[in-house]
Design a protein around this ligand. Sequence first.
Ligand code: DX5
Ligand code: ZN
Length: 230
Amino acid sequence: MTDYLIAPSILSADFARLGEEVDNVLKSGADIVHFDVMDNHYVPNLTIGPLVCEALRKHGVTADIDVHLMVKPVDRIVPDFAAAGATYITFHPEASEHIDRTLQLIRNEGCKAGLVFNPATPLSHLDYVMDKIDMILVMSVNPGFGGQSFIPAAMDKLRECKQRIDASGYDIRLEIDGGVKAENIREVAETGCDTFVAGSGIFGKGVATDANGYDTILKAFRAELAKVGR
Ligand code: DX5
Ligand code: ZN
């Protein structure tokens, strides 16, 4: 059975209570913390950096932190995130002059490395670097904002990634990011995707919350994932 990871994107959490939000969502059964880093240059928004990652570690977060870099250039900031406690560091190939070098840098810093594909970015960037990759992240929205709608072409792209991963023989996670909700997570998982980022689908307005935090919504995600392949 596939080990599915649910990765809440803290972009949609309440930043004024970030430690508590992360504690609650993990307590409710989320697996890893998706950490969106935006620089107002590669993407038209500005979010959080290594200091916040470090603050979550100091707060006591022990779950994997999945740092999604939407910054250009990439290399300068990698060691800072490694020192701040990142587990995964993924970046967009368009944002690095030397993709192979950046992947090596991330692993040399002791983190897991990944490439992120925008809706219109071809998968050919994977051609010669599969041995240096721990995660492939397929964007089902254009990067920069939470709460956008899922772009259906991502489904075929996930299937193609899955084929590439299987053919390579490497142990590589396949992650989706953008517009994932309880309503579509099952269909996404049927492509072979195993790691699911959800921001507004977990923290957003209108999503059922309860006294225990995010139990209801996380349970709904798990229930949908349990139906995969049936
Ligand atoms: C978008 C970010 C996403 C975003 C997803 O650039 O990479 O992680 O937070 O948000 P939702 O789940 O609301 O589409
Ligand atoms: Zn993201």
